[in-house]
Design a binder for this molecule. Structure first.
Ligand SMILES: [Zn+2]
Length: 251
């Protein structure tokens, strides 16, 4: 599936769950863009992919490393273990950021290496989302970095979302949701995903063979892409407090 549709898929999932996760409108945009970025993150196992090209040689080298460690394209990063590793990484970066001197958490300018991993992850996710959605052109990466610094200094990525009885930081929740959406998207295609890698290489699909789509072909362009746009519009309408079903007029 194309990076554009993976990014949109991540954004749709976040918008659809925003009200259940009690996301405030102030955090909605950050959550949407982070999840869109995480929606293309699993393809970092492919050095020519959108995410891998975000910051030139730095991310291309990282992508090469990930591909080596995860057994190549559509293996480790497209499994449940892959989602867990990405999410734990985002969660760990958040914990480190929380341990930064309090003056930073309060939004005062300053520097602490405690925020570096979170800032790097957020910059990568923002830039990957902007690249996949073709927003900002070459300036998209600068926008991603500026957005990451703003997000870190305001601590918006550490905002706790309620998932059942758990409280999960926004960055970790967005990473998990985006990666899961990516894997679901690839499971609509002929390739499928090895969910239980490295224990089993069995590829899981969400559609029967005749309905499986081929990346960048008619099915994706004329069915998946428009459905994602409509889904995003409906989910955003709901996420911003509008009812999906009009109440019956009482007699
Ligand atoms: Zn993929």
């Amino acid at each position: 599936m194309l990076g554009r549709d993976h990014a949109l898929g991540g954004a749709v999932v976040f918008a659809a769950l925003a009200s259940s996760l009690h996301v405030t409108e102030a955090n909605l945009v950050a959550g949407l863009v982070l999840t869109a970025g995480a929606g293309v993150l699993p393809d970092i196992d492919q050095p020519p992919s959108t995410t891998a090209r975000s910051f030139g040689l730095l991310t291309e080298w990282f992508a090469w490393m990930v591909a080596r460690l995860s057994g190549g394209h559509r293996h480790g990063t497209h499994s449940l273990l892959g989602i867990a590793v990405f999410t734990v990484g985002a969660y760990g970066a958040g914990l480190l950021q929380l341990s930064a001197p309090k003056s930073l958490a309060a939004g005062h300018p300053g520097f602490s290496w405690h925020i570096v991993p979170a800032a790097l992850i957020i910059a990568l996710l923002y830039s990957a989302a902007l690249r996949a959605l073709r927003i900002g052109g070459h300036h998209g990466d600068l926008l991603g970095i500026a957005g990451a610094l703003a997000t870190c200094y305001t601590g918006a990525d550490l905002t706790q979302l309620t998932v059942g009885s758990w409280h999960v930081p926004l960055l970790a929740a967005a990473t998990a949701l985006g990666c899961a959406a990516h894997i679901a998207g690839d499971e609509l295609t002929h390739g499928g995903c090895p969910l239980f890698w490295p224990v089993s290489m069995h590829e899981f699909h969400l559609l029967p063979r005749p309905l499986q789509i081929t990346t960048a072909k008619l099915g994706e362009t004329w069915v998946v892409f428009p459905l994602l746009l409509v889904g995003l519009a409906v989910a955003m309408w709901h996420a911003t407090g509008h009812p999906l079903v009009l109440p019956h007029p009482s007699k």
